[in-house]
Design a protein around this ligand. Sequence first.
Ligand SMILES: CC(C)(COP(=O)(O)OP(=O)(O)OC[C@H]1O[C@@H](n2cnc3c(N)ncnc32)[C@H](O)[C@@H]1OP(=O)(O)O)[C@@H](O)C(=O)NCCC(=O)NCCS
Length: 150
Amino acid sequence: MANVNDKYAIRMMKADDYEQAFVLWNGLEGLGLSEADSPERIARFLQRNEGLSFVCEYEGSLIGTIMAGHDSRRGFLYHLGVATAHRGQGIAPLLVNEALSALLREGIDKCHLFVMEHNEAGQRFWSANGWEKRDGILLYSRGLESRGLE
Ligand SMILES: CC(C)(COP(=O)(O)OP(=O)(O)OC[C@H]1O[C@@H](n2cnc3c(N)ncnc32)[C@H](O)[C@@H]1OP(=O)(O)O)[C@@H](O)C(=O)NCCC(=O)NCCS
């Protein structure tokens, strides 16, 4: 468990953290939520990607999250967020480091993430922390059930 100071603690995320995490995510501008963020789907993500997602607690309350997973080729980060009152203290980089270290231990040496185009502060955060904005790649998505692929 990493400490920012005595009152902050970073630890692995578990399914039981969902309720507090969802309250945090709902209050964050720039973080997109979908049906993939139901309690069941998040629990499944955590089980499938055990030990790769982290939370930051302040005096026992959840104030930061990061979720990481991989497909055995590349890692992916999701839901990096820090409660407004606790920003500007380097908590997000600590969460990112924990997730990247965990991915590296799994043999994953490259990681991607998605940022909403309108989330300019989010884009600035990633650029300021050593992440490269990719040109020349477009994201294509498809809902499977709606295309008859049930
Ligand atoms: C982005 C976010 C996670 C940053 O959390 P944080 O713990 O406050 O991060 P910090 O401010 O301590 O940032 C650490 C470093 O990143 C830099 N940084 C953070 N936000 C920045 C911004 N908007 N522009 C430029 N640099 C930024 C800081 O200057 C700092 O660098 P330094 O240590 O050299 O001074 C937080 O603002 C947040 O939860 N935003 C809403 C959700 C979101 O957009 N998440 C990303 C989704 S892709």
